[in-house]
Design a protein around this ligand. Structure first.
Ligand code: ADP
Length: 328
């Protein structure tokens, strides 16, 4: 390989997600396969600024493909938002002989990477690691599939107790700006209603739907609520609202919280991470930069990071229709 790049850094940054370890493993092993050096950068951009590096070889990443979280740790780093902070990071990378880096993270981490590239002409490549699945240029982000399975599993368990007591459960799932987790897990777990940030289905419609459920003889009901839903009420307020308007309902609330970010990655996320890591290293060695690896129509693709971070991916309207039909 005639590439000028001889040493590649890898870091995880921003919110963690299952599958990050599988992506680290893939980057490290692809470097070994291509016979270029690989260096771990710990604690995201914070570790970059502090020079918290460690050489990696193919054996450094044994037995991590099945682990949630990230062995490199992740961090938010305000210093990297300033030019002085980024200059410190650049000096540390140069001192360690690192020629390029792969950052596994979300849109904030990607913004940091291309800003860094613009200032120092330093090659950077992104792998989308976030459970929210909200990044342009990829049908799936790392961790989304695992998070969905975690949520569906939790809702299945909640339904067991809900149906034993004829209860209505409001289950809050992650998703401040996008409702991909709520909508997909809601359909997968057979939720009666799904409240997402993209659409205001309205409180009237919620009450109508719950009344219909009751009248049709359903013994339990599950309503999935994304954190950022547009009804203007949080899950606890929704519970009070429904209890006030339909007193026959015995309502409970369950907030799933950070469990959605953890756990063993699914096979889908492990395979995706492995494919993305290979592509990221290969692209850097071909002299490419400022790109994000994605998957589109089951093909591994490269998208300009500037495009990938432009906004949030749109909710699948057809899936909303499917959900409506399923809850007839
Ligand atoms: P995510 O990557 O999951 O979206 P954040 O938005 O917290 O998470 O970003 C992770 C890190 O990326 C931040 O702590 C910061 O170090 C860096 N970063 C985010 N936005 C910028 C920016 N506009 N300029 C420089 N660095 C940034």
């Amino acid at each position: 390989m005639s590439s000028k790049i001889k040493k590649i850094g890898v870091l995880t940054s921003g919110g963690d997600s299952p599958g990050m370890n599988a992506a680290i493993r893939s980057v490290v092993r692809t470097c070994a396969y291509m016979e270029v050096d690989c260096v771990a950068i710990y604690r995201g951009y914070q570790g970059m600024i502090e020079g918290h590096f460690e050489p990696m070889n193919a054996r450094s990443v044994n037995n991590i493909i099945n682990k949630g979280g990230t062995i490199l740790k992740s961090a938010r780093c305000d210093d990297f938002r300033s030019k002085e902070g980024r200059k410190k990071a650049y000096d540390q990378l140069r001192a360690a002989g690192i020629d390029a880096f792969v950052v596994i993270g979300g849109d904030g981490s990607f913004t940091g990477a291309i800003t860094f590239n613009a200032e120092f002409n330093f090659p950077v490549m992104g792998i989308p690691g976030t459970i929210d699945n909200d990044i342009f240029g990829t049908n799936y982000t790392l961790g989304f599939d695992t998070a969905l399975n975690t949520v569906v599993d939790a809702i299945d368990k909640i339904r067991d107790t809900a149906s034993s007591h004829n209860r209505l459960f409001f289950v809050e799932v992650m998703g401040r700006d996008v409702g991909h987790i709520a909508l997909n897990a809601g359909v997968g777990a057979g939720a009666e209603e799904i409240l997402i940030p993209e659409e205001n289905l309205g409180l009237e419609r919620l009450l109508e739907s719950l009344k219909r459920s009751k009248a049709s003889g359903k013994s339990s009901s599950i309503v999935i609520v994304a954190e950022g839903d547009k009804t203007g009420k949080n899950v606890f307020e929704l519970k009070e609202y429904v209890e006030k308007h339909i007193p026959i309902y015995d309502v409970r609330v369950s907030v799933l919280g950070h469990m959605q970010r953890g756990g063993t990655p699914t096979c889908f996320d492990r395979v995706l991470a492995s494919r993305m890591g290979v592509k990221a290293v290969e692209a850097l060695l071909k002299g490419k930069t400022n790109l994000m690896v994605g998957i589109q129509n089951n093909k591994i693709t490269l998208t300009e990071i500037s495009e990938a971070i432009k906004g949030h991916t749109k909710i699948d309207k057809e899936l909303i229709r499917v959900s409506d039909i399923m809850t007839v």
